[in-house]
Design a protein around this ligand. Structure first.
Ligand code: SF4
Length: 232
């Protein structure tokens, strides 16, 4: 029975994945020439929009010549540089602590050594850094090193549970584990990005557009339109 249930879930994920590919296409891989920069950018993206993240990151890179200068600068100066991204007083000390941890581990501002570790070990190390959870760690591992990690942001968390790919009360980390256990790794990148795209455009937090949704016949939630806000 357990095996059949697991197979059913894999088949359900496959249907969703295929439908999203047909609707949105296969997302092109974005290059990641600087994993440390990608980690900093992901910290900056917490609780803000992509536009504000890009603005804050550009401002940070313009204000300091390199990562050492960011690490050793007065925290206030780092906060000033990333002010446009929001929560600057929280993010600035986090970024500096993360840079310190990276430098103390390897004597360089380098994360490429993570690619030689098993994914769980690499994720555990990144998640031990201040302000870095499994989502941020998985983004760096998937986007920069093509490692089999499935990041679960707010959109992926909401849409997967509405679709019934995970229990309604599953945490982001539980959704991550479920998808990683039931989908092949080469789906992780396109599935992550296409679920975000679908969550932003159709399966919105407050008012999901179920009547226009290409996944409606695959969705546990679509038949319950009177309570669309229950899984957010
Ligand atoms: S049918 Fe509704 S709840 Fe289900 S994925 Fe589509 S928009 Fe979201």
């Amino acid at each position: 029975m357990a095996q059949a249930s697991s197979d059913d879930l894999t088949a359900h994920i496959a249907q969703v994945h295929q439908r999203l590919l047909e609707a949105y296409g296969k997302p092109a891989r974005r290059g990641c020439s600087d994993p440390v920069g990608s980690l900093v950018q992901t910290i900056l993206s917490q609780n803000t929009s992509d536009v504000n993240t890009a603005r804050a990151y550009a401002s940070l890179r313009a204000a300091f010549p390199d990562w050492r200068a960011v690490m050793t600068a007065p925290t206030e100066a780092v906060a000033d540089a990333i002010r446009s991204g929001g929560l600057a007083n929280q993010k600035a000390p986090r970024i500096q602590a993360v840079l310190r941890a990276i430098y103390e581990t390897r004597g360089a501002f380098d994360l490429n050594w993570l690619a030689d570790l098993p994914v769980e070990e690499a994720r555990r190390w990144l998640s031990s850094l201040p302000g870095v959870g499994n989502k941020t760690a998985s983004i760096v591992l998937l986007f920069c090193f093509d490692m089999p990690a499935f990041p679960v942001d707010t959109h992926v968390h909401r849409v997967t549970r509405r679709l019934g790919l995970a229990p309604a009360n599953a945490s982001p980390d539980q959704v991550m584990r479920i998808i990683e256990a039931h989908a092949p790794p080469d789906w992780f990148y396109p599935l992550h990005l296409n679920l975000i795209r679908h969550g932003r455009a159709v399966c919105k937090a407050q008012k999901p557009r179920c009547n226009a949704c290409i996944l409606a016949d695959l969705c546990a939630f679509a038949g319950n339109l009177s309570r669309p806000q229950r899984v957010q």
